[in-house]
Design a protein around this ligand. Structure first.
Ligand code: HEM
Length: 212
């Protein structure tokens, strides 16, 4: 199937790169993640884990109770939307096709090529190994964030989950580390989308007409 898409692109024909469901869930996810992170920073400020706070101007909710309301509201959007994306990704073979195969050697090679500006962008329907690793890491971060968030929210009702994550304090730490990793990868991800803006257009329209 990938070979067919590559041939269509090489022939200059219009092809569908991102199915509607992937685009829709991606942009809803951007909104949900932005609300979760910004309100999460405000909640963190009320009881910081480390010796620093986030600037209040960069947070959402106005105060602790307001931030908690944003966080819980956005959580439903993130979970429902995330379940739709992951179920589609698994059931349709989208993940299998787009994110695999993946080897550490290929990730390292593509990372070095990217740093030297040597990565090919001819066929945007195929993710390079560095992208595949980043998208998988983002999906895993999302899952860890939801699970550690649930364990922090209901540590008594979800005792087994909380224990697995090192208790209430352990779950908080895991939640923070997954947030930090996600923010780091998203910064690189958005930078790459700006560097190759054609990818951004395709993530909106879904289609491309070969190399330009
Ligand atoms: C304003 C912020 C964002 C922009 C502009 C953006 C842009 C893009 C673009 C252009 C692609 C397609 C890349 C390509 O075809 O080469 C993409 C894919 C993807 N992005 Fe983002 N993104 C943003 C935020 C996020 C966030 C917050 C997450 C997750 C936490 C995320 C996760 C993903 C994933 C998993 C894919 C792969 C989708 C698939 O094919 O299944 N993105 N993004």
């Amino acid at each position: 199937m990938e070979a067919e898409v590559t041939a269509e692109i090489a022939a200059g024909r219009q092809v569908l790169v991102h199915p509607l469901l992937v685009r829709l869930t991606h942009w809803i996810n951007v909104l949900a993640i932005a609300m979760m992170i910004l309100s999460g920073w405000r909640i963190y400020n009320a009881s910081p884990l480390f010796g620093f706070k986030f600037a209040n101007d960069m947070t959402l909710g106005g105060w602790l109770a307001g931030a908690l309301q944003w966080h819980f509201a956005a959580m439903w959007l993130l979970v429902v939307n995330g379940l739709a994306y992951v179920s589609y990704g698994l059931a349709s073979g989208h993940f299998q096709r787009k994110l695999f195969p993946l080897t550490p050697r290929a990730v390292l090679k593509d990372l070095f090529d990217a740093l030297r500006g040597n990565l090919a962008h001819d066929d945007l329907s195929i993710y390079n190994a560095a992208q595949r690793a980043a998208y998988l890491a983002l999906i895993l971060c999302g899952i860890v964030l939801v699970l550690s968030g649930l364990a922090t929210w209901k540590p008594v009702q979800l005792q087994e989950l909380a224990t697995l994550l090192g208790g209430y304090e352990g779950a908080r730490l895991v939640h923070f580390i997954a947030m930090a990793l996600l923010v780091l990868i998203v910064v690189v991800h958005v930078t790459m989308a700006i560097v190759v803006p054609r990818t951004l257009v395709i993530m909106i329209t879904g289609r491309t007409r070969g190399p330009s």
